[in-house]
Design a protein around this ligand. Structure first.
Ligand code: PFF
Length: 472
């Protein structure tokens, strides 16, 4: 057996620290901003069901594999893959998985920080009472005026990137654990408050049935301009991609957090808990948002602005709405912050390990590069906006949408596919058993079957269908 490695960047203080940090990475804009808007665009229930199935049979097994690889390699994802490939005597090319992950993280953070900037802007707006008594039209036009102004977007994006760089430069352990321990539960409680508000709108039942009543025909068949129906797998790819995005899988973020995990912690149990909490937060966000959408005659498929156009209406009409509203957007910013940190961490640790630079230097440079690329996203909502069609949807924010599709729907599922192939087919069965601290019983066999066959085949099938190589 290979000798045990120690992480060069420290270790979590225990199992809970890892759970909190990984949950901090998983729970973010993906749950509260992205899940509702892509669910709205893709017609609700059937999409949600496909997403839940993806989490269960692909997301959780791959999460277990990614944490396991991280803990066994104990390095930045790139070096982890290199060491593990050597231990298992397989091709050194597996290290490119680490490269692809760093690039994906960099691309995602570039737009993620811009959206996090919106949340920050909304914190101040709500606190200032801008939404008191607001109508649906009013909320929509306040949002439109924000995104049409590149300078304001740049200011918020810059503030958010600086916040991220500061934490990453100091090392992810200090501060992060504490922030997640208190702020995540607070965000959860506020979501419950919002669901409580949604229950009192006239459209709570309508919202719930939109979210939970599947209509598979509507999901799979799109009508073209000539009025003819076509089978499309696009929405399945979006659901699959979102399962990876929301769990932070496929790019090394969870791998690097796994590399700080103490020896004896159960990877299987903790992964299931993290995925469970993440899913719960997304579903609560959906339950809060769709009743407000329907009660106010808004458009469920209105795209990335959805939560910014709906939640302010709730805050504008509930007692102490300015307080709850600003607290909500503040916590959303925190949730985005703890995710942003994990997006850049693989690249920073790699620079520290391979280029002998210190953490501060590495964080600042990685941060500046990401900040620069973020400008492209900023302009996608105004000066450079153009639209195109993807998976039966008209996407209106040009390059931003392309970056999102490229990363969430292509790079992350492919990264996950290779993680599954490495754990399932390149690592010896015994190495998997050792690192997971498991006996070769039913639990292990179920996971091993999922990781060897089900997850890779499912990802490959969706891809092949979407590119039209095979059609089921
Ligand atoms: N999981 C985060 C969210 O749902 O907001 C986003 C994310 C973080 C994606 C880290 C990927 C990642 F590696």
């Amino acid at each position: 057996m290979a000798e045990k490695r120690e992480s060069l960047h420290g270790q979590w203080s225990g199992r809970w620290a890892f759970i909190l940090a990984a949950t901090g990475s998983a729970v973010g804009l993906g749950n509260i901003w992205k899940f509702p808007y892509i669910t709205g665009e893709n017609g609700g229930g059937a999409f949600v069901l496909v997403y839940l199935v993806c989490i269960a049979i692909i997301g959780i097994p791959i999460m277990i594999a990614e944490v396991m690889l991280g803990r066994r390699g104990r390095r930045s994802p790139l070096n982890t893959m290199r060491h593990l490939a050597r231990d298992e005597q397989v091709s050194p090319h597996w290290q490119y998985l680490g490269w692809a992950g760093m690039i994906a993280g960099f691309l995602i953070l570039s737009y993620y920080a811009v959206i996090a900037g919106w949340a920050l802007a909304y914190f101040f707006r709500t606190a200032a009472g801008a939404f008191t008594g607001v109508t649906a039209d009013g909320a929509t036009s306040i949002f439109a005026s924000l995104v049409s102004d590149p300078e304001r977007l740049l200011a918020w994006h810059t503030i958010f990137m600086v916040m991220t760089i500061i934490v990453v430069a100091r090392g992810v352990r200090s501060g992060l654990e504490k922030a997640v321990r208190y702020l995540m539960p607070a965000l959860f409680v506020l979501l419950l408050v919002l669901v409580g508000y949604a229950m009192n709108t006239a459209a709570f039942d309508e919202g719930l049935s939109f979210l939970f009543t599947p209509d598979f025909h509507a999901l799979f068949y799109k009508v073209d301009d000539a009025g003819v129906e076509h089978l499309t797998w696009g929405p399945v790819l979006v659901a699959l991609g979102h399962a990876f995005f929301t769990l932070s899988l496929g790019m090394g973020a969870i791998m690097i957090y796994g590399s700080y995990l103490p020896e004896r912690t159960s990877i299987v149990k903790t992964s299931m808990m993290i995925a469970g909490m993440d899913t719960l937060v997304a579903l609560l966000a959906g339950m809060a948002i769709f009743p407000i959408v329907f009660a106010n005659g808004l458009e469920a498929g209105s795209g990335p602005g959805l939560i910014f156009q709906t939640l302010p209406i709730a805050f504008g009409h509930m007692p102490a709405g300015a307080f709850f509203g600003s607290l909500f957007f503040l916590l959303l910013t925190f949730a985005a912050w703890t995710s942003a940190i994990s997006l850049i961490e693989p690249a920073v640790t790699w620079m520290v390990e391979n280029h002998g630079v210190n953490r501060i230097y590495a964080s600042v440079w990685a941060g500046i590069a990401t900040w620069l690329l973020g400008i492209v996203t900023i302009l996608s909502f105004n000066k450079w906006a153009f639209s195109f069609e993807f998976a039966g949807q008209v996407k209106e924010s040009g390059i931003f949408d392309m970056l999102d599709i490229l990363t969430a729907n292509i790079m992350l599922p492919l990264g996950g596919l290779f993680i599954a192939l490495f754990a399932g087919w390149q690592m010896r069965r015994q190495s998997n058993l050792d690192e997971l601290n498991m006996k070769d019983g039913v639990g292990f066999q179920v996971w091993y079957f999922l990781i060897r066959y089900v997850s890779p085949l499912a990802v490959a099938l969706v891809f092949l269908n979407v590119i039209g190589v095979i059609t089921l």
